[in-house]
Design a protein around this ligand. Structure first.
Ligand code: GLN
Length: 191
């Protein structure tokens, strides 16, 4: 995981959502993309991506697969990236919902924060030093509060759309839906 040249076994949670696009992105970067559907498959990967989709549907499938405890443990030891619904799964607080899902990321997230008028759109925002990163938002959430140990890594029009807490990364947009794979690259280098 540490060296830039190393091929990493990157899992993509494959219960629901934009799984294929993330697998393709990590493969394009020279890593091995592995669909993860259960605990045994999770054990084989060194980093994990939780894709976009529908967080409530994913939660049901996670419960059926009894994967929540293993994912909590994974997030403590290994790099994990949640995009859109995946970010919602990671967040400790979800606006309007009494409970969280995996809940390892000290942020408050608001689902569908851009409203129904703006279900899906593309724009450009900043990711760290990159000022013009292409961002696709699909019924996207926003981070409305971040805890003290959480770094803001991405912004779109003054709003927080990407955060990082140690090796837990979460993005409100879909980096797997454009050709610009620099976010996946940064995540897999843990820079
Ligand atoms: N609105 C979805 C949810 O609440 C997330 C949308 C997405 O992942 N593109 O889970």
């Amino acid at each position: 995981m540490r060296s830039v040249a190393t091929k990493v076994r990157v899992g993509v949670l494959a219960l629901q959502g934009a799984v294929r696009e993330h697998l393709l992105a990590v493969t394009k970067l020279g890593h091995q993309g592995i669909p993860v559907r259960n605990e045994a498959e999770l054990k084989h990967v060194e980093a994990l991506i939780l894709p976009g989709g529908e967080s409530t549907a994913m939660r049901k499938l996670l419960d059926q697969a009894a994967l929540l405890p293993a994912l909590k443990t994974f997030a403590v030891h290994r790099p994990i990236l949640g995009t859109c619904a995946g970010a919602i799964l990671l967040s400790s607080r979800i606006v309007g919902q009494p409970t969280h899902h995996i809940g390892v990321l000290d942020v408050t997230i608001e689902r569908n924060a851009f409203g129904s008028q703006l279900n899906s759109f593309a724009g450009r925002g900043s990711v760290g030093a990159i000022k013009d990163y292409p961002m696709v938002f699909i019924r996207a959430p926003l981070f409305t509060e971040v805890g003290p140990g959480v770094q803001v890594i991405a912004q779109y029009q003054g709003q927080i759309v990407g955060v990082r807490q140690r090796s837990i990364w979460a993005l409100a947009f879909h980096p797997e839906l454009t050709e610009d794979l620099r976010v996946h690259e940064l995540f897999l280098k843990q820079e």
